[in-house]
Ligand binder design. Sequence first.
Ligand code: DAT
Ligand code: MG
Length: 142
Amino acid sequence: MANTLGIIKPDGVRRKLAGQIISRIEKAGLILRGMKALKLTKEQAEEFYAVHEDKPFFRSLVDFMSSGPIVVLVIGGHGSIERWRELMGATDPAKAKYNTIRREFGTSVEKNVVHGSDDETTARTEIAFFFKENEILPKEMK
Ligand code: DAT
Ligand code: MG
């Protein structure tokens, strides 16, 4: 029952999609355990996406992710890591399944509206990147 990290990226916030995206999380039965709005500095975006620093798209990704406010979410509930990735859809919106967030709202591989952790290890690291322990609702809290 691990938590995962979700991000509504700058394109999603700019286009006022945050409400619809959060609504999909709630309707899927997942649980919001943490939420904040912030703007990444370039340095923070570089650190967050450090695993991709050798990729040709790294510079552009960092510029995009620090281009405007984002909403970061701690998402819990049964199978949250896999289920949030299912709700998001494939990285490339053109290849994502119908009714996924990226398919419906994404406009390019880069501007794909949302982020989700890959697995339990990255979820733990990514949540800790944005949230202190006391900013995350405990599992037993209803
Ligand atoms: P995901 O976000 O689905 O986990 P990823 O970890 O492979 O995908 O890549 C992180 C982000 O980097 C992705 O959401 C958008 C950007 N990205 C990935 N591949 C790209 C590409 N070929 N061109 C441009 N941006 C890309
Ligand atoms: Mg990834």
